[in-house]
Design a protein around this ligand. Structure first.
Ligand code: AP5
Length: 251
């Protein structure tokens, strides 16, 4: 059995924050469609040019395009023992595609993080992102001088210092548009998941550490095993799998 987790919730709910930590702590990759698209925009690739304007307006990119990206990413060897999906699926068509992609992989746990809209707008407007390593910081909570300590200190962050920027889609107007699209296209899809025995909801209004604990408990409960067994389940599945180093061609 592999450890397959889908993080669901509106913009700013904390999906990325929790997905990153859960993936790191359990030895599985975090697959964030938003991060993949932002990297493409940053690098100026064909894909990036194709999606930049849509993302800037807070609109969704096409289902076929994003399904192709996720299908390819989940086929890589490092995802054999599981994955944490952040930002996918977002439409009924994407949810159906994920069912098909994961048919042979065992249960997919879906956890919805719930946060009221006004708190989401506050968080997203306050968010600053390190352009280099992708670390997040809340500009209203952290003093400017504390921000460097919050970044993950990649080589560039260490030598030049992190470059904290607001995401181009984090203005109040665009966030409200993203929320509108969430309630119209994504929320109905979550209702479709909520009937499944592997679906759980957690309160995202708690402190990040409490949300983390709630997430681990929810995943363990959905799989019917103690939280301490989650990591050994991944290790067992990965034994004998050769994972190419990061950046290596996937053939
Ligand atoms: P994407 O990057 O997926 O954005 P999103 O879903 O709108 O989510 P966010 O990244 O804004 O929020 P999050 O829930 O991850 O919260 P985070 O942890 O960062 O997508 C961007 C765009 O890409 C889309 O609009 C679309 O154009 C395109 N796209 C992506 N996937 C697509 C798909 N499948 N189909 C079509 N188009 C797609 O936290 C937010 C802030 O809150 C941070 O500053 C964080 O530090 C803080 N925070 C986190 N947890 C807490 C807490 N418990 N208490 C207080 N603050 C907290």
């Amino acid at each position: 059995m592999s450890l397959n987790l889908v993080m669901l919730g509106p913009p700013g709910a904390g999906k990325g924050t929790q997905a990153e930590r859960f993936a790191r702590e359990h030895g599985i990759p975090k697959v964030s469609t938003g991060d993949i698209l932002r990297e493409a925009v940053h690098s100026g690739s064909d894909l990036g040019r194709q999606v930049e304007k849509l993302m800037g307006r807070g609109e969704l990119v096409g289902d076929d395009l994003i399904i192709g990206i996720v299908r390819e990413r989940l086929s890589r060897p490092d995802a054999v023992a599981g994955f944490v999906l952040d930002g996918f699926p977002r439409t009924a068509t994407q949810a159906a595609a994920l069912d098909e992609i994961t048919r042979e992989r065992g249960p997919v746990i879906c956890v919805e993080i719930q946060v009221p809209d006004e708190e989401l707008v506050r968080r997203v407007r306050a968010r600053r992102v390190c352009e280099d390593c992708g670390a997040n910081a809340d500009a209203f909570v952290h003093q400017a001088e504390a921000l460097p300590d919050l970044c993950q200190n990649t080589d560039r962050c260490r030598t030049i210092g992190p470059k904290w920027v607001a995401r181009s889609d984090d203005s109040e107007a665009v966030v409200r548009e993203r929320l509108k699209i969430y309630w119209r296209d994504t929320r109905p899809m979550i209702d479709y998941y909520s009937a499944r025995p592997t679906f759980r909801r957690i309160d995202g209004l708690q402190k990040p550490e409490q949300v983390r604990e709630a997430l681990v408990s929810a995943v363990a409960a959905a799989l019917g095993m103690p939280a301490s067994q989650l990591r050994s389940m991944v290790k067992k599945k990965l034994s004998g799998v050769v994972i190419p180093p990061r950046g290596a061609r996937q053939g």
